[in-house]
Design a protein around this ligand. Structure first.
Ligand SMILES: *Cc1c(COP(=O)(O)O)cnc(C)c1O
Length: 364
């Protein structure tokens, strides 16, 4: 029995009849760009997150990019980003012509360290961009307080945190806006690329609606130089089906996380710590070991899949070679890149498979 890191087809198999019917409905409707199906998903997801507005876009990177544009981020501006994140968070800032300014995480939670933010603020800073990494909410209260004090916006990258809670409230409406990816492997995944922005700010929502559709509100009338970044109705229809299972699937992830945490307490690995007042969505269950390569090799031998999120921090990527960063400049991000390993996690990982993962780790 081989245990994949994630069985991406399993969610389709569980919901096949409902998803097939939803897709058929769109095919038969003859309406293939935006429209009622997309509006309905936006309404459903806004309600789920407990926010006023959801504007869907083509993917999570565009969600970040268009949200930053809607906040008037441009050349000469700086945006505070985590030193340890998926590169999309940084790329969206760079796409605006602005500069990503990295800040290190809290080692226990891997999320942006509020105590290190103020030292990174300059006269050019416009936005603080925390990421709810691995599905756990960043510590938003102190981040929002710092932003308020300095007159900055807060944009949250929620790509890994669908359904996660911070102080009882679902991520989606704490800061000025939250961006979402519905990439197939995320907790809420489409059948292709998809993304969205949620916000309680009607102006931000309106600006993104215009930006995603060629800068146009009325057909062939272009107010700004916009983009083509629309969610298509097929994805919206599939997402509506899956959204109704998100809480149940996240609950299954939480059970797996509990089992891992209880069973691996004496394994010598550094296990995930949950910040008080947060309920993670457990997108990933990430352990840390100085002997990560050997551990991963043994798991592979035992037929257990695992992945590294992420092997190279953004500041050391070739893509940012021109930005003047050096090795050693962000030691926490760098040691994480050397030590983290994500174990199999997902709502369709069976009990027997979970126990096999634990066995493989204990015997490694
Ligand atoms: C997946 C992801 C993104 C990008 O989403 P896409 O839909 O693939 O563009 C952005 N940020 C984080 C933290 C992610 O995990």
């Amino acid at each position: 029995m081989n245990i994949p890191f994630l069985d991406i087809q399993a969610s389709y198999h569980e919901l096949k009849s409902e998803i097939d019917a939803a897709v058929q409905r769109v095919l038969a409707s003859g309406w293939y760009i935006l429209g009622a199906e997309v509006d309905a998903f936006e309404q459903d997801y806004a309600t789920y997150c407990g926010v006023r507005h959801c504007v869907s876009v083509a993917n999570g990177l565009d969600a970040l990019h268009l949200a930053l544009r809607a906040m008037d981020v441009g050349p000469g501006d700086e945006v505070i980003v985590p030193s340890n994140t998926y590169i999309a968070t940084w790329l969206a800032v760079s796409q605006c012509g602005a500069v990503p300014v990295p800040v290190e995480p809290v080692e226990a939670t891997y999320n942006l360290d509020p105590a290190k933010i103020e030292a990174a603020i300059t006269a050019r800073t416009k936005v603080i961009l925390p990421v709810h990494l691995y599905g756990q909410a960043a510590d938003l209260a102190p981040i929002l307080a710092i932003a308020k004090q300095h007159g900055l916006r807060v944009l949250e990258d929620g790509a890994q945190a669908h359904g996660a809670r911070y102080r009882g409230q679902r991520v989606g409406g704490h800061g000025d806006a939250v961006t979402w990816s519905f990439y197939p492997g995320k907790n809420l995944g489409a059948l292709g690329d998809a993304g969205a922005v949620t916000t309680n700010d009607p102006e931000i929502a309106d600006r993104i609606r215009v930006l995603r559709n060629y800068g146009s509100r009325v057909k062939y009338v272009n107010e700004v130089q916009g983009y083509n970044s629309r969610l298509d109705p097929l994805q919206a229809a599939a997402l509506r089906v899956k959204l109704s299972y998100l809480d149940a699937w996240n609950a299954r992830r939480a059970v797996i996380a509990d089992l891992y945490t209880n069973s691996l307490a004496d394994s010598g690995l550094v296990l995930p710590e949950v910040l008080d007042g947060t309920d993670p969505a457990w997108h990933l269950y990430v352990v840390r070991s100085p002997e990560r390569e050997a551990l991963q090799a043994k798991l592979t031998q035992a037929g257990v899949g695992s992945l590294i999120h992420y092997p190279i921090p953004p500041h050391l990527q070739q893509a940012y070679a021109g930005a003047g960063f050096t090795a050693g400049q962000f030691p926490l991000a760098e040691s994480m890149a050397e030590q983290v390993l994500s174990l199999p996690m997902g709502p369709h990982l069976g009990r027997e498979q979970q126990l096999r993962v634990i066995d493989a780790i204990v015997s490694a």
